[in-house]
Design a protein around this ligand. Structure first.
Ligand code: DAT
Ligand code: MG
Length: 139
């Protein structure tokens, strides 16, 4: 089934000049870029985006990190692209993420926990719809 997902290049990816490499991998996989924008997140937007993580010990540092620079927000489209982009991204911890994945090939632990893991991808159809609405309310 054709579906849409929200993908983000986090501030570490933009800062390290990996935007092109990450977008290249998405396009090489065959997903369509429906939206792509360089954006500054806000505390309000991130509170909604990371609603499920509010109250967890890593929540505040995560939000602070996500506010540390611009992010690239994208809407991708394709058959099973929610699962497919998560697979391209790799496991949450970039040190443990498999080689061949974005996090596994391009990320590692920089001494600031696993939050610097380059990308975000929605994890289910309901989450994707919710997150696309948060980042692209006009779509
Ligand atoms: P994912 O981004 O793989 O969907 P998640 O939704 O569980 O992972 O967590 C959201 C982000 O929060 C994740 O990309 C990095 C950060 N994070 C998760 N678990 C963490 C932890 N134990 N310590 C520090 N940061 C964490
Ligand atoms: Mg998640």
């Amino acid at each position: 089934m054709t579906e849409r997902t929200l993908a983000l290049i986090k501030p570490d990816g933009v800062r390290r000049g990996l935007t092109g490499e990450i977008v290249r991998r998405i396009e090489a996989k065959g997903y369509t870029l429906v939206r792509l924008e360089l954006r500054e997140a806000t505390p309000e937007l991130l509170a909604e985006h990371y609603e499920e993580h509010q109250g967890k010990p890593f929540y505040e540092p995560l939000v602070e990190f996500m506010l540390s620079g611009p992010v690239v927000a994208m809407v991708l489209e394709g058959e099973r692209c929610i699962e497919g982009f998560r697979s391209l991204a790799g496991a949450t911890d970039p040190t443990a993420a498999a080689p061949g994945t974005i996090r596994g090939d391009l990320g590692r632990d920089w001494g600031l926990k696993v939050q610097q893991n380059l990308v975000h991808g929605s994890d289910a159809p309901e989450t994707a719809e919710r997150e696309i609405g948060i980042w692209f309310p006009t779509s």
